[in-house]
Design a protein around this ligand. Sequence first.
Ligand code: GLA
Length: 713
Amino acid sequence: MKSIISINTDKSTMVYGVNKKNKLLFLYFGRPLKDKNVFFGHHLVSKPDTDRCFETMAVPTLGGDGFMGEPMLSVKHADGNLSTELIYLSHETIDTDKNQRITTIKLQDALYPLFVDLNITAYQEQGVITQQVNITHRENGCIELQSFYSGYLNLKAQQYHLTHFHGSWAGEMKPTEERLTPGSKSVESKKGVRTTQTDNSGFLLSLGQPTQEDTGEVIGGSLAWSGNYRMNFEVDEYLNLNVLGGMNPFASAYTISNTEKFQTPALVLSYSDRGIGQLSRNFHSWVRRYNLRHGSSARLIVLNSWEGAYFSFDQNTMTNMIDQAAELGAEVFVLDDGWFGNRHPRNSDSAGLGDWQVNQSKLPGGISYLANYANAKGLKFGIWIEPEMLNPESDLAREHPDWIVQRPGREKLLWRNQLVLDMTNPAVQSFVFSVVDALKVSVPNIDYIKWDANRHIENIGSHYLAKDKQSHFWIDYTKALYNVYERVRAKYPDLTMQVCASGGGRLDFGSLGYHDEFWASDNTDPMTRILLQYATNLFYPAMATAAHISTSPNQQTGISSPLKFRADVAMTGRLGVELQAKDLQGGEREFLKSTLSTYKSIREIIQFGDLYRMHTPVDGSGWTSLCYVTGNRREAVMFLFSTQAHGRGIYPTVRLKGLDPHSKYQVEEINIGEKAHWVDDRSLSGEYLMNVGVNFDVTLAYESVVLRLSETN
Ligand code: GLA
């Protein structure tokens, strides 16, 4: 090996090497290594019947270096040559701050002026590493990129278990774990807009036995991209695992001229040798610091109008809901769908989408009346938009038929009675920006935007893109969306924004970077949410996980559950409410009020604390328990949920995690429902709480306990 390039965080090391032929090799990703010099003498055996060694290129290319797997980069050169073989040119390292180091490795095709910069960013404290590439060329004419992944790992273990997440509307993020066997497995999206509704790009890879919470080697990854993606896991003939993550090459051949630069999104990776618990904590602290808007500000309690009013409301309904929100103790009121459209009023999902003028008969005082009303009651005001979409029954559809994504000459296929605007068109980008801008200019006291996107792309075709660039659509759409987000963020940096696409349909590190939070699912049934939020919070932190208490049963769930249980589940994320107080029974209103006030007293622990999971919804115990612990370990909140009926006397023991074994904690049950579960008023040591554990009489389905722990010494 001629030189070694080592990328380090406090929790991991990634190593690249340059061999005698000036080829960049991928050598290692795993536990921190002190002695990287060992790689200079790296012994590689020869491939049979060749004079070549088993070497793994850092950027495997089509037709390069004898690589026969799925290529990270595949290029049709200007002269039609399909092969690419990269050589190392140089590398440099820049520290952007004490915690963040960017290493850029420059590569070039041995025969063509094709340049690939591999950028690897290491986040020291959080143990997160991102990979990303930029591609340029000076060939005589355009080149066509046929695959363009962001990052690549070559892993060597005896076994690999992959956990990935799939689902559907109102049932997102269902985890599946499977052993990887020789061959390829890919997790991908071809849906364009609601990218992550069926499969999420987040994955967990256990190197060895199936994943464990606190033990074992595991790599987690996800793509910071809100368009089509593909994560490819290929076990080759040597039983090595080749991992690729990037934008989906599916139907997306992309031509670039010799003056353009092609940038891929970041593949976000983390390694843990202490199971998935540590991995989640790595991702959460990275997201809060680097990949979330206002990641150091506590999130407020939202009351959203959707499930309380749906489309049937007028001004009085809304002012009543604002009164109720104030009385309950909510801090932001969000006016959801149904507020716009005059010639085509938005009284159902079949008309009005695209006509962003306030509906005069429903809301004669306009948005400003409601925003001022909310402010007068001490609440901030927010509003729902879905600016990338339109109903055919709208003024917008009549005025701009060429703005619609459509298959030339064929029927426009509807989904939720709507179509998608062609974001590749700069005029459409300006229109989408103007939806936010016009609202903010006319009602400056709008503090919160819920940005929805309720269908995926089935009609393939852009009026705007040239005939020979139609396959650019998928990538250009997402880049255009990000341009608009950038414009919104540049002008309105303080705005709180929620990303929503029929729930968690656009939940990825790409969209999250522009937002403050996401709507995890339209399903607010607490049993479903326990699994859904467990899986979501493997990657994405609690402070960004909007979790609302709604009435029960409701349109989505059809199942009844006690308010206390619903409230406790919602408190594990960013608590909100989505109902009308008139639909509460008996003492429920008072209980809800006290829940909101309790949440305010513990939200800093939940939103900024480290998450530890004890029982998980996938461990088969029928309980779920978790705790959030502050960085200084002085405060914690524990949640326990019974997710099935257990036999009488079958009590769970919860051994807490993350506390200081030498400290004593005052333990107090909070948000108590009909029955108290904790009557012990002794202070207990962290050692006791974590090793002996505590028992609860929680045996019936839908029972739950919340404990607050505060250090006493
Ligand atoms: C989507 C969202 C809901 C609500 C409706 C409004 O389904 O996920 O929360 O905003 O749209 O139409």
